[in-house]
Design a protein around this ligand. Structure first.
Ligand SMILES: Cc1cc2nc3c(=O)[nH]c(=O)nc-3n(C[C@H](O)[C@H](O)[C@H](O)COP(=O)(O)OP(=O)(O)OC[C@H]3O[C@@H](n4cnc5c(N)ncnc54)[C@H](O)[C@@H]3O)c2cc1C
Length: 482
């Protein structure tokens, strides 16, 4: 019986205790318990949600934002370089972690990005090994589209054929493609160019394929794999052995432990896979981190490690909204805000049709020089900024090495991603007020802020030009988001 009572979990010692039943945690749990005489306990803060339609039906990507049963609802502090905006920072809080709430995009970064890890001194952390193991994780089914669909959607082959097309016609209007190549090897280390992306979606069921149903479900009946959900891991239990700090267990509280602190014991290893925000937090709460940070909040230092909780990097998402002509043939996810339409598309999904079959699959990956004439200036300014920081002693040596590689890669390695998708995905409405957190808001897919900006931009700019007479800028759709 893999789901275990808390009293049983704390009464024994496991070989491995894994903090975080997310993407990495569940893969590790499944792989380790292939060896029948190894025992594993997984401690996960969220709950199991394997059949939740909000997660499994793809048209609803953004419905999870700001909802505590799906995500941690983390936010940044005000960002001085973004007009002091507080930016939502979602991370999955359920069995399967962020793989249960992500956008299912199955693309891979450039080879150089992974090789950089090895250059920084992490032997074996390179593209070849990454690719070997990521390939092991998947079964890839190529698209099976009609010729008409191929032409419409533009697979790499079709786009290549288009590019090879000779010059045709003699009219005055010039029609051409942007100067962006078709990506030569999007899933093989060179995504530079236009990519028709794959998704982590089961081709039979058209549902999300993620750590929960791919790794947990098939191994969940193993007697050597135990799971506790509704757990908050506080810190590692450690002791000193021959001058080294050894983790022997995890201190946690559980929804059923009435506030009492429990200990899960590990004889071999504690694996910390609580994601990029919580993992360093748990280390710091365990006394592992920057001494000045720990001391400032009264945590006794057990191991001074300067890198913990530092140097966080994430990609930002900025959106350009384009309203479709009403006669455009394609539907957008926005229609799912209407209860009638939402029901209709659930019914259509059962027949293999409708919006829940769609996803995010059209991308361009390219270095900044592809998009901006100012690329040399931007790179030079970044370099100056970094050199200034180095001179001022702002960075530790590891970060300096990392920045040097980043600067080099900025020149030619794809580091910008342009995604075209048929809706506006933003987190703003879900985070606007506390009371919006309680349930799905009808406007989770549309941002009030973006609509406001959209309206003021067009109304103010074109008010006298009568250019947008046909677009109902002040209709009720807009007003309900004010
Ligand atoms: C909104 C969103 C969209 C994304 N879109 C894509 C995409 O389309 N394609 C793609 O490749 N990547 C995408 N990503 C990124 C990708 O999903 C993550 O990088 C990946 O899932 C992270 O895996 P992880 O194991 O490090 O962490 P997670 O999968 O987040 O797992 C961490 C787990 O630890 C648990 N946990 C945390 N703290 C504690 C604690 N104290 N006690 C107990 N449990 C705890 C969490 O609840 C969670 O289940 C997206 C991420 C997000 C958030």
């Amino acid at each position: 019986m893999p789901r275990i009572e808390i009293k049983d979990a704390i009464s024994r010692t496991y070989d491995y205790v894994i903090i975080g039943g997310g993407t990495a945690g569940l893969v590790l749990a499944a792989r380790l318990t292939e060896t029948a005489d190894l025992s594993v306990l997984v401690l996960e803060a969220g709950e199991e949600n394997l059949n939740d339609p909000v997660l499994m039906k793809l048209g609803q990507f953004a419905m999870i934002f700001g909802q505590k049963q799906y995500e941690w609802c983390a936010k940044t502090v005000p960002q001085p370089h973004a007009a002091n905006t507080v930016i939502p920072w979602p991370r999955g809080r359920l069995l399967g972690g962020s793989s249960a709430v992500n956008f299912t995009v199955w693309n891979k970064p450039a080879r150089e990005d992974f090789d950089a890890w090895e250059k920084l001194g992490n032997e074996g952390w390179n593209w070849d090994r990454f690719n070997k193991y990521i390939e092991r994780a998947i079964t890839y089914t190529p698209p099976d589209l009609s010729a008409a669909e191929h032409a419409r959607r533009g697979t790499p082959e079709v786009l290549k054929a288009l590019w090879a097309k000779g010059k045709e016609g003699n009219g005055p209007v010039k029609v051409s493609h942007p100067p962006v190549p078709v990506a030569p090897a999007p899933l093989n280390g060179n995504p530079n160019g236009i990519v028709l992306g794959a998704m982590a979606v089961d081709p039979e069921t058209r549902e999300r394929s993620f750590a929960g149903n791919a790794y947990w479900k098939p191994s969940s009946e193993r007697p050597n794999l135990h799971l506790l959900t509704g757990v908050i891991a506080h810190r590692l239990v450690t002791k000193e052995v021959d001058g080294e700090l050894l983790a022997t267990g995890v201190e946690f509280s559980h929804k059923d432990s009435s506030g009492n602190v429990c200990i899960a014991k590990a004889s071999r290893e504690v694996i910390l896979s609580a994601g990029d925000i919580m993992t360093p937090q748990i280390l710091e709460l365990s006394g592992i981190g920057r001494p000045d940070v720990l001391q400032s909040v009264g945590i006794p230092v057990k191991l001074a490690l300067d890198g913990v909780g530092e140097n966080v990097q994430d990609h930002v998402n900025s959106t350009i909204v384009v309203e479709l002509n009403e006669n455009a043939p394609d539907l957008t996810f926005d229609v799912l805000r209407h209860p009638g339409e939402a029901e209709k598309h659930l019914a259509l999904f059962a027949q293999g049709e409708g919006l829940h079959n769609m996803g995010i699959h059209t991308y361009i990956y390219a270095p900044i020089s592809t998009f901006s004439d100012r690329a040399p200036e931007i790179i030079a300014n970044t370099q100056k900024e970094i050199e200034r920081g180095i001179a001022a002693g702002k960075y530790n040596p590891g970060v300096i090495d990392q920045y040097r590689i980043v600067l080099e890669n900025m020149k030619n390695v794809p580091n910008c991603e342009i995604i075209a998708y048929p809706t506006l995905i933003t987190m703003a409405p879900a985070y606007l007020t506390d009371d919006t957190r309680e349930g799905p808001t009808p406007d989770s897919l549309l941002s009030r802020a973006a609509l406001r900006a959209y309206r003021s931009h067009f109304v103010n700019k074109y008010a006298n030009a009568n250019l947008f007479d046909s677009v109902e800028l002040t209709d009720t759709r807009m007003d309900q988001y004010e």
